[in-house]
Design a protein around this ligand. Structure first.
Ligand SMILES: Cc1cc2nc3c(=O)[nH]c(=O)nc-3n(C[C@H](O)[C@H](O)[C@H](O)COP(=O)(O)OP(=O)(O)OC[C@H]3O[C@@H](n4cnc5c(N)ncnc54)[C@H](O)[C@@H]3O)c2cc1C
Length: 457
C-alpha cells in the first residue's frame, strides 16, 4: 500500500493523496452494512490529473471509485475491495457562465446548490432539484441522472446536460456534445454516460442548459383521510390537464413522523398529503394554482395555499428534510426508489405498508407522485442485524411489486451496490447482454467502480 501512495503522490502531489479511514468511505447507505475498504483517496485538481491516475491504475488493474458528495442511496460511491477513491471535490470551477445564452460550463465537483444559486442570481433556473443539494455534486447528479420534486414538469438531470467532458478507464479524455442543443451525429454516448454511476468513465465537466426562471411558483398543499382519496386527487390533477411543476405525496405515516417541523397547521389525525406547485408568470401561476386548489380541494380535509416567499421556502425546506426526519425516527432506514405507472401509486403505497407489516417493520412512503416514484421505506435501528436482514427481504418483495405493477426497481438512485442484479427482474437476457457489453467496451479491465450497477447477481 505504501508503494501505491508513493506512486500516486508522484503522479499528483503528496497533498492530493492520503489513506482514508473507514468512516470516511460511507455514503447515505451506511446503515445497510456495507464494509467499505480503500487503499488510497485522491483529490485531483484537473482533468489531466484524473487522466494520469486512471492510466496508471488501468495499467496495473487497480480499482478506481469515483466519488461526488456521497449522498447517494445505492452505495455507488462506496469502495468494496480496496483501490483508489477518486474524489472530485477540488474540481469545482465554473469554466463559463453565459446567462444571455442560457448555459454554463462547470466542473463536476461543483455542488448542486451552487449551480442552482448561480443560475438564480442571473435570473435563470437550473431545474433539477434532488434533495441534499448542498452536499451532492453536479457530477454525482449526472452519474445517477438524479431527479427531484420538479422533475415532473422539467425532467431529470440528464435533460439539462448538453455536453460532457469525461475520462475513460484508459486515461484518455473524451468530449461529447458541448454548448449546443442538438446533436445526433453518433450513437448517444452522452446518454450512456448519464446515469452510468461511475462504471463507464469519470465525468470531469459538463455543459448545462438553463432557462429563464419562472416569475412565480405557488404551492398548494392538501390532506386526505387515506391513500385512496389522495391517489384519486393526484389523478384528478393530471387528468384535468393541469401542468404543475411538482406533484409530491407523503403517506400518513411519513406525515406523522415529519409533522413537527411542518410550517403550518396540521390536524391531530394527520393524513395523506399532496403538494403541488404551479409556476409561470405571476398571472399564469395564480390561475393554475386556483385550478389546482379546486381539483385537490374536492375531498381534502385541509387545503393550504402559502403565498409569502418565506412560507413557500419553509415548505420546500421541510419537504427537503423529510428523508432525514424519517431516518431520525429509529436512527436508520432501508429505502428504495421504485417507480410504477402513476395511476398505480395508491396501490403501491398500501402494498409497501403490507410488506413492512409482514416483516414486522414500521414502513412509510413519500415521493414524486406525478412520476409514480416512491421512496418506499422500512425503519431499522442501526446495528440491529436481524431487523436489517428482514428489511433486505422486504426490499426483494418491493422490487417484485414494482415489476408486477409495470414499473422499475429504480427511478432515481440507480442500482449501485444495493440493487446489484435487480435489473434481471425487468430486462430480457438479450438486453442484459447489451448492458454488460457496454461496460466491457468502455472498461475492458473492469477497474471503474467494480461491483456496482451489475445487471445480474
Ligand atoms: C436527503 C437526501 C435527499 C435526496 N433526494 C434525492 C432526490 O430528490 N432525487 C434524487 O434523484 N436523488 C436524491 N438523493 C440521492 C442523491 O442525492 C443523488 O443521487 C445525488 O445525485 C448523488 O450525488 P453525489 O454527488 O452525492 O454522488 P455520490 O453519492 O458521491 O455518487 C453517486 C454515484 O455516482 C458516481 N459518481 C459521482 N461523481 C461522479 C463523477 N464525477 N463521474 C462519474 N461518476 C461519479 C459514484 O461513483 C456513485 O456511483 C437524495 C439524497 C439525500 C441524502
Amino acid at each position: 500500500m505504501q508503494s501505491l501512495i508513493a506512486a500516486l503522490s508522484d503522479l499528483l502531489d503528496a497533498e492530493s493523496v492520503r489513506v482514508p479511514t473507514r468512516a470516511q468511505l460511507h455514503d447515505s447507505t451506511e446503515v445497510r452494512g456495507i464494509e467499505p475498504r480503500a487503499d488510497a483517496w485522491v483529490t485531483p485538481r484537473s482533468t489531466d490529473d484524473v487522466g494520469r491516475v486512471l492510466a496508471w491504475c488501468n495499467a496495473r488493474d487497480v480499482a478506481v471509485i469515483p466519488r461526488g458528495g456521497a449522498t447517494g442511496f445505492a452505495g455507488g460511491a462506496v469502495p468494496l475491495h480496496g483501490g483508489v477513491v477518486l474524489s472530485l471535490e477540488r474540481m469545482n470551477r465554473v469554466r463559463a457562465l453565459e446567462p444571455l445564452r442560457w448555459r454554463m460550463h462547470v466542473e463536476a465537483g461543483l455542488t448542486t446548490a451552487h449551480v442552482r444559486r448561480l443560475a438564480r442570481e442571473n435570473g435563470l433556473l437550473f431545474p433539477p432539484d434532488p434533495g441534499a443539494g448542498e452536499q451532492s455534486q453536479i457530477g454525482g447528479n449526472i452519474a445517477t441522472n438524479a431527479g427531484g420534486p420538479h422533475a415532473f414538469k422539467y425532467g431529470v438531470t440528464g435533460d439539462w446536460v448538453s455536453g460532457l467532458e469525461a475520462v475513460l478507464a484508459s486515461g484518455e479524455v473524451i468530449t461529447l456534445g458541448g454548448a449546443i442543443t442538438k446533436d445526433v451525429a453518433g450513437y448517444d454516448l452522452l446518454g450512456l454516460l448519464i446515469g452510468s454511476e461511475g462504471t463507464l468513465a469519470i465525468i470531469t465537466a459538463a455543459w448545462l442548459r438553463l432557462i429563464p426562471a419562472p416569475e412565480a411558483a405557488l404551492p398548494v398543499v392538501a390532506l386526505y383521510g387515506d391513500s385512496v382519496a389522495g391517489a384519486a386527487a393526484i389523478e384528478r390533477v393530471i387528468g384535468s390537464g393541469l401542468a404543475v411543476a411538482a406533484l409530491e405525496y407523503l403517506d400518513a405515516h411519513t406525515v406523522a413522523i415529519a409533522a413537527r417541523g411542518f410550517p403550518g397547521p396540521l390536524p391531530e389525525s394527520g393524513g395523506f398529503m399532496v403538494i403541488a406547485e404551479a409556476d409561470g408568470s405571476a398571472a399564469e401561476a395564480a390561475r393554475l394554482a386556483g385550478e389546482v386548489a379546486a381539483a385537490l380541494g374536492e375531498d381534502a380535509s385541509i387545503l393550504l395555499e402559502p403565498r409569502q416567499r418565506a412560507e413557500i421556502d419553509s415548505l420546500w425546506r421541510w419537504r427537503d428534510g423529510v428523508s432525514l426526519a424519517v431516518t431520525a425516527r429509529l436512527g436508520g432506514k432501508v429505502s428504495e426508489d421504485i417507480v410504477v405507472p402513476f395511476e398505480r401509486l395508491g396501490e403501491a403505497v398500501e402494498a409497501t405498508l403490507a410488506i413492512g407489516a409482514r416483516h414486522g417493520l414500521a414502513a412509510c412512503s413519500w415521493g414524486h407522485a406525478g412520476d409514480g416514484n416512491l421512496h418506499a421505506t422500512f425503519l431499522v435501528e442501526p446495528g440491529d442485524a436481524e431487523a436489517l436482514a428482514r428489511a433486505e427481504s422486504a426490499t426483494e418483495e418491493l422490487f417484485a411489486l414494482a415489476i408486477a405493477l409495470g414499473g422499475s426497481v429504480s427511478g432515481e438512485h440507480g442500482l449501485g451496490w444495493v440493487k446489484r442484479g435487480q435489473l434481471a427482474r425487468q430486462w430480457e437476457p438479450a438486453a442484459l447482454d447489451l448492458h454488460d457489453g457496454v461496460k466491457a467496451l468502455f472498461d475492458p479491465r473492469g477497474i471503474l467502480n467494480p461491483g456496482k450497477k451489475l445487471s445480474r447477481a
